[in-house]
Design a protein around this ligand. Structure first.
Ligand SMILES: Nc1ncnc2c1ncn2[C@@H]1O[C@H](COP(=O)(O)OP(=O)(O)OP(=O)(O)O)[C@@H](O)[C@H]1O
Ligand SMILES: [Mg+2]
Length: 332
């Protein structure tokens, strides 16, 4: 509890390893993450491709069992529930929105949206009426009889979003929810999210590269290589992350510095801790000279994005404008 609010979602020490028999071996996708989302809070997760965002979302939503660690949804520990209890808890509490809409191909838009209510035992008439109302609100009212294959990518995603909202969930877990939408539809969806968030206290946990989506959230967590490396406050501007930086130290004591912080402190090296106090850590570089001799401190911002090969040129941007990946440091 914080400020009298209870936690809608809480994860402790989440690890996930994808086991593989291939030569490159197992992939450790999550490395001991702690996540807390309070009722009615909106949290964004940002991070480069492959950093573990989708894996995290699936573990948090109970779609995948983490290799270690526990997840509590609305106060129930998911790993302790039977299959039926888990389905029931998810139906009551949480909805998912994925980047690909995952619509049922043999049902029209209206029936896709009504389907979660039908699963809850609600009769077809009322379920369809509510579905139509939601599609109207999202500007899709006239396309409600269309089959998924007849709808554009953006329309399919809008239908998927309506389907996620129809059960009035307390928490929405979304993986790039507006990734496939045109800017106008995307903004309409955000307005609806904002309304649900403000007026109906719906909590959001969103993976996004989109600045407007992240700005709608109160907090953003930055994931890199399966660890949270920073947390950013409200009114986030993804292009300017350095202002409100926070570091997260995990259970193993590991800290990962974001690349721009690493540049600011003068690159990698050895540090002394002259004073160690509770809640405070002071670093002092001890081997600057030796590092300079070895040329190790001579790091510079990478010229191309390792994820999407965007060319930065002379710019000093810390984050790829194309794919949102953090810009790494490389040897000059
Ligand atoms: N089914 C799988 N089997 C093996 N490895 C996987 C599997 N799914 C994901 N991975 C690996 O786990 C890591 C994290 O993947 P994940 O899909 O969670 O990243 P992401 O942050 O969602 O990336 P993106 O932004 O591209 O969607 C990556 O190294 C990925 O290659
Ligand atoms: Mg992903």
């Amino acid at each position: 509890m914080e400020d009298g609010r209870s936690e809608i979602l809480k994860a402790d020490g989440l690890y996930h390893v994808y086991e593989s028999k291939a030569e490159d071996g197992n992939v450790v996708a999550l490395r001991g993450l702690h996540v807390t989302v309070f009722e009615g809070e909106a949290v964004a997760v940002i991070g480069p491709s492959g950093s573990g965002k989708s894996t995290l979302l699936k573990c948090l939503g109970g779609l995948m069992k983490p290799s270690a660690g526990g997840v509590e949804l609305a106060g129930s520990r998911m790993t302790r529930l039977t299959g039926t209890q888990l389905v029931e808890l998810r139906q009551r509490t949480v909805s998912f929105i994925f980047q690909d809409s995952n619509l049922l191909p043999h049902l029209n838009a209206l029936d896709n949206v009504a389907q979660p209510l039908r699963h809850q035992g609600i009769a077809p008439g009322p379920a369809r009426r509510k579905a139509q109302g939601l599609l109207d609100r999202l500007g899709m009212g006239e396309r409600s009889r269309g089959m998924p294959e007849e709808l554009s990518g953006g329309e399919q995603q809008t239908v998927a979003i309506a389907r996620a909202l129809i059960t009035e969930p307390k928490l929405i877990l979304a993986d790039e929810p507006t990734g496939a939408l045109d800017p106008i539809t995307s903004r309409e969806v955000l307005e609806l999210f904002e309304k649900l968030h403000k007026e109906e206290d719906v909590a959001f946990f969103l993976v996004t590269h989109n600045r407007e989506v992240a700005a709608f959230c109160e907090r953003s967590l930055e994931l890199r290589d399966g660890r949270f490396v920073a947390q950013h406050g409200a009114e986030l501007d993804i292009a300017d992350l350095s202002g409100s930086r926070e570091l997260i130290i995990d259970d193993t004591g590991t800290v990962t510095l974001p690349p721009d912080v690493l540049t600011k402190i003068g690159g990698p090296g050895r540090f002394e801790l002259p004073e160690i106090e509770r809640d405070s850590l002071n670093l002092e570089r001890v081997d600057v000279e030796r590092l300079q001799v070895e040329g190790k401190a001579n790091l510079t911002l990478a010229q191309t994005c390792p994820a999407c090969f965007h060319i930065y040129g002379d710019s000093e941007e810390q984050r790829c404008p194309e794919c949102g990946s953090s810009r790494p440091m490389v040897q000059a």
